[in-house]
Structure formats: structure tokens, C-alpha cells
Design a protein around this ligand. Structure first.
Ligand code: PFF
Length: 444
């Protein structure tokens, strides 16, 4: 089959914005703050930063190398460098895109709904008790469909005029809003206690394999790693890009936004005396505690609430776009479909797959664990082995556009030994944990 000339990003900024858009999302605000709360605060944040640098960054560079080097979507990219035996891993990546987007979009739907409530009527004190109503059932499904429709429309628009154009507008807006909110949060009375909780490190809390597993899962989820999303975006890059620099920029932006989001969330929670709600944190934390906080703040709470949910929606949208692009690019390359057809057909399939998550937050929580603990961490392990041992000369590919750097052999050695051993170790905890979560769901 002849391959059509591949569309490329129109500029470096375009690619970086889209990739940062993929990384920065609900993971930075919703998932990061609930895991930080659940795991006792700052020590978890430190662990997450360390894992991002030691494991996340090398895998991110690996994804960029495979994507740009092959100029293909994930399944074909793996076959290109590794032969047919690697087809199943490509399918696992696409399946992960399906699975994650199916529930990610449900959470984005909650966000849309909350944005609507705060915009048109403002939160009242009962909002915390109404979370389950908002988060499950036909309403949740309807908002999930709405969010999917917007995502599909942008992906159908193509790399330059859909994905790049939206990211270039949305990401700077998101950064401004989140920084503005952090400055505002600093002026609140309880801010100091919030910071204390968030920033005082108590390392005794992180001496468990379970916390390491959560931190590693979070690093992968937040950086969009382990399922070929960054790989797919890099497949639209030319060989003049400095991939190590790009990966450092993307990872720094992602960590910075997660960190700043914490500077918004924790002071808000503590200012309103809601810290008791933090410890028992679950998937719903952000959607229960924060509206409660906004409701208690009067008129200003409405403005802050609108901005907060706007930032969440923007982050969710640019991430959802990248999740769908993995699936769509694979359908275009593999089935010869048009972009338009691929986006709508796959988008509808994913929307239907999201139904169980829209009807039950417990199901959603378990699917999130399966996606992270098994798909992303397993996918990351496989990618490290692939680039470390199978791909012929990944270092030559990094060098294109980044001549003169000498330490790349270290990167490959790291991918060969340290990363697989580390991830293998984390999977020893992740697999039984996920199994138990599934069993618990079926028993309930
Ligand atoms: N990185 C996104 C976030 O933090 O919200 C989620 C995500 C996007 C995960 C794309 C995986 C992915 F491929």
C-alpha cells in the first residue's frame, strides 16, 4: 500500500503546545491532587517528581524516537522497527487509548456539568451531597457524549487545523488561569495550613511499595506515556527537531502545572476548613470538596469556580484529543480510512464504551486502575525493552536534530536495565492491587 505524504506540525511551538496539551489534563488537577491527598501530601509529590525524572523522561524520549523515526502510528511504528511480532503491543496501545478515553471523557463530562452549574446558578451548600447524581446516570452519559463530540470534531479537523490550532490557543489560556488561581489562593486565610499539608515532607509515609506504585502510575498517566500518545504526536515531526530538548520541555511543563494546581487546590480546601474531607479522598474528591469550598466563598467563589472548571475543561480537552488521535491515526494508517470517518466511527465506539463508567463511579475507579496499573505501566515496560534491546539504532535517531550530545548511550543503558527493573518491581505491586480492585467491584 502506498503511504500518503504525512501531515506535519506547522511549527515547533505547535508540536510542543499539542504535546504539553496531551500531558497537562485531568491527571494534573484531578488525579494528582486526589492521590497526593490520599498518600499524605508532600512526600508523595517528591516521589512523583523523582519517578518522572528517572523513568518518565527516558520513556518519553523513547516514544518520541520511535514516533519520529518511523513516521507511523503506533502499531505500524512498532512493526517498522521490530517486525511483525510486535503487532500485539501496538494493539494494546490502541486498546489503552479506547479504554482511557472512555472514562476520561466521563470525568470531563462532570466538569462540563459543574461549569454549567457554577455559571448559571452558582453552587449551594448541598452540592457536595449531590455528587453522585451529577456523576452517574443518564445526565453523566449525556455530558460525556457532548465532550466526546467536541473532541471528535477537533481531531477530525486534522493535525494542523484541528489539533495544533486548538492547543496553541488553549494551553496558554490554561497556564494563565492556573497561575492566576494560585496567586489568588495565596491570599486566603487558610493558605498556610494548605501549604503545610502540601509541602511538608514526611518521608515515613512513602516507604511502601503501594505509594511507589501510585507515584509511578501517576507519572505515566500525567505524561501520557505507555500507550503511544507521544509516539503518535512525534510521528508528525520532521527530523530537524531536538528530541531531548522537546522531552525536557514537555516533562517540565507537565510537572510545573501539576505542582501549581496543588498550590490552588490545597489552600482552597484548608481555607474553608474542609481538610477532614481530604484524608478520605476518592475519585470524587475534587468534585466534592472544591464545589463545597466555592459555595462557601460567596460571589467570588463563583468567579473562582468558573475559572477553575474552565481550566479543567481545557486541560481535559487537549488530553482527550491526543487519546483519540492514537486510535484515529491507527485507523487511518491501518485501515486506510479517511480522518473524518476514523474520528467519528472511533469516537462513537469510545462513547458507547464509556457507558459503564458513566453509570458507576466505582466502575470508573476500577477501569482507571486497570488502565494505569496494567496498560500504561506494562506498556512502558515493553517500550523500554523495545527501544533498549530491539530497535537497531535508536541513538542515531536521537542524534538527528541533536548533534553533539554525547550522553545518549547512558539513556539507552538506562532503558535496557534500570527502567525495566524498576517498572517490573512496581508491577509486582500493581498487578495484585488491580486484581483485588476488580474482585472487590464484582463482590459489591
Ligand atoms: N496526560 C493526561 C492527563 O494528565 O490528564 C491523560 C492522558 C492523555 C493519559 C493521553 C494518556 C494519554 F495517552
Amino acid at each position: 500500500m502506498s503511504i500518503k505524504p504525512r501531515e506535519h506540525w506547522s511549527s515547533r511551538t505547535g508540536f510542543v503546545m499539542a504535546a504539553v496539551g496531551s500531558a497537562v489534563g485531568l491527571g494534573n488537577m484531578w488525579r494528582f491532587s486526589y492521590l497526593t491527598a490520599e498518600n499524605g501530601g508532600a512526600a508523595f509529590v517528591v516521589l512523583y517528581l523523582v519517578v518522572t525524572l528517572l523513568v518518565g523522561l527516558p520513556i518519553l524520549l523513547a516514544e518520541l524516537v520511535v514516533g519520529r523515526g518511523s513516521q507511523r502510528s503506533p502499531i505500524r511504528a512498532l512493526v517498522h522497527f521490530g517486525g511483525r511480532a510486535w503487532t500485539p503491543l501496538g494493539f494494546v496501545f490502541v486498546a489503552a487509548g479506547f479504554l482511557i478515553l472512555s472514562y476520561y471523557s466521563v470525568i470531563a463530562g462532570w466538569t462540563l456539568r459543574y461549569a454549567g452549574i457554577v455559571l448559571f446558578s452558582g453552587f449551594d451548600a448541598t452540592i457536595a451531597d449531590r455528587f453522585e447524581d451529577v456523576a452517574s446516570g443518564w445526565d453523566a452519559f449525556a455530558f460525556h457524549l457532548l465532550f466526546m463530540a467536541v473532541t471528535v470534531a477537533i481531531v477530525a479537523g486534522g493535525i494542523k487545523s484541528g489539533i495544533e490550532r486548538s492547543a496553541i490557543v488553549l494551553i496558554p489560556a490554561l497556564v494563565l488561569i492556573v497561575c492566576g488561581l494560585a496567586l489568588y489562593a495565596a491570599t486566603l486565610d487558610g493558605a498556610t495550613q494548605g501549604y503545610a499539608y502540601y509541602l511538608d515532607t514526611d518521608f515515613s509515609k512513602i516507604r511502601s511499595l503501594r505509594v511507589l506504585k501510585d507515584a509511578t502510575g501517576q507519572a505515566f498517566f500525567s505524561l501520557s506515556l505507555g500507550m503511544g500518545a507521544m509516539l503518535t504526536y512525534a510521528s508528525y515531526l520532521g527530523r530537524d527537531h531536538h528530541l531531548p530538548n522537546e522531552s525536557v520541555v514537555i516533562a517540565s511543563a507537565d510537572m510545573a502545572i501539576a505542582f501549581i494546581a496543588g498550590l490552588v487546590v490545597f489552600p482552597l480546601i484548608f481555607a474553608l476548613g474542609l481538610s477532614d474531607e481530604v484524608g478520605g479522598s476518592t475519585v470524587g474528591a475534587l468534585f466534592i470538596t472544591l464545589p463545597h469550598a466555592f459555595a462557601g466563598m460567596g460571589a467570588i467563589g463563583r468567579v473562582v469556580g468558573i475559572l477553575f472548571f474552565a481550566a479543567l475543561i481545557v486541560g481535559a480537552l487537549t488530553s482527550a484529543i491526543s487519546l483519540l488521535e492514537v486510535v484515529v491515526a491507527s485507523a487511518i494508517d491501518g485501515l486506510g480510512w479517511s480522518r473524518h470517518r476514523a474520528a467519528w466511527v472511533m469516537g462513537i465506539a469510545i462513547a458507547v464504551l464509556g457507558a459503564p463508567s458513566a453509570w458507576s463511579t466505582e466502575v470508573l475507579g476500577v477501569i482507571d486502575q486497570i488502565a494505569n496499573n496494567l496498560f500504561l505501566l506494562g506498556g512502558g515496560l515493553a517500550l523500554a525493552l523495545f527501544v533498549g534491546w530491539v530497535m537497531k539504532d535508536p541513538i542515531a535517531e536521537v542524534r538527528a536534530g541533536a548533534e553533539g550530545i554525547r550522553w545518549f548511550f547512558l539513556w539507552r543503558t538506562f532503558l535496557r536495565f534500570a527502567v525495566p527493573v524498576g517498572l517490573g518491581f512496581v508491577l509486582l505491586q500493581a498487578v495484585p492491587d488491580t486484581w483485588n480492585a476488580v474482585v472487590k467491584l464484582f463482590e459489591s
